[in-house]
Design a protein around this ligand. Structure first.
Ligand SMILES: [Zn+2]
Length: 289
């Protein structure tokens, strides 16, 4: 675990196992704010041990979940006696898919995991005025995705709404997603922390992600300079959008994204699995016609 101090009262704890993940902690005047709880009790206990060395562990904790994806909530139970704040849609997601995801991604568990949904919910925001800390809804990566802004230090924590090179899209309303990113720009943050990237000191990744999301809505993305990683995420996004649009009954738009996904599949190294996927996708496209 790496610790990076941001501003006069923020700490970013970065874990690399099973993959890179940031947890952001604000040492407030009356509370310690913990943004996201990682892969289980091990993630949280490593942070608590560190806070003990700073002698700031005795203030009450306030925990925040940026969204309900497992890598951001699996340490919640360590704080079951504290306030755990999240968007109002969050408990439903815990209930619907929590157990199943725990089983699927069990090998990413670090320490103990006892699924613990948030216990204080908001629709738009919760503000700790004296502390200068705000938690607010910013739909994007997922519908319930929310962010934290430290007004005193101008530090913005965005969960997985910002990601390098592209964010992962899981819901259809891309215009709302773009609005959330535009709102980020209006905050004039000095430091931006996302779930899985290096700590950022400028807005360049927000702008790049915004451009990607604006483009994906209106036209095919130019893949000229794409790496394998770019292609992988873009494939996931186009096929996810296609599926969501198909479910919604918007056949034309679904077809467009399926076609783009199919092109990417055809650029991949040939294998029997890829061949099968291509055939399957061609069939879906034909059925939509
Ligand atoms: Zn994540």
């Amino acid at each position: 675990m790496k610790v990076q101090k941001v501003g006069s009262r923020g700490y970013v704890f970065t874990f690399e196992d099973p993959y890179k993940l940031n947890i952001y902690v604000i040492n407030g005047e009356e509370h310690i704010f913990i943004c996201d709880t990682g892969f289980g009790s091990d993630s949280v206990n490593a942070i608590l041990d560190y806070l003990r060395t700073l002698d700031i562990h005795s203030k009450p904790f306030i925990v925040f979940n940026s969204h309900a994806d497992y890598d951001h909530v699996w340490g919640n139970h360590v704080f079951k006696e504290s306030e755990i704040i999240a968007h109002e849609l969050s408990p439903e997601i815990f209930q619907k898919e929590g157990e199943e995801i725990l089983e699927i991604y069990g090998e990413h568990k670090r320490g103990e995991v006892i699924l613990t949904p948030p216990n204080r919910l908001f629709k738009e925001k919760i503000v700790f005025k004296i502390e200068g800390v705000e938690f607010y809804h910013s739909p994007g990566h997922t519908l319930e995705s929310s962010s934290c802004f430290d007004h005193k230090e101008k530090v913005l924590f965005v969960g997985d709404n910002i990601e390098s090179p592209f964010p992962y899209i899981n819901f259809l309303n891309l215009e709302n997603y773009c609005d959330s990113l535009r709102e980020y720009l209006s905050r004039n943050a000095k430091v931006i922390i996302s779930g899985h990237d290096e700590v950022m000191f400028d807005e360049s990744l927000i702008l790049k992600n915004l451009q990607y999301l604006e483009t994906i809505q209106s036209k095919k993305i130019d893949r000229k300079n794409f790496t394998k990683q770019h292609r992988g995420i873009h494939f996931q996004n186009t096929s996810r959008l296609a599926e969501l649009l198909k479910e919604k009954g918007d056949k034309n738009a679904a077809q467009r994204y399926y076609r783009e996904a199919l092109e990417i599949l055809k650029e991949a190294e040939a294998s029997t699995e890829i061949e099968a996927e291509i055939k399957e996708m061609e069939k879906i496209i034909a059925d939509l016609a």
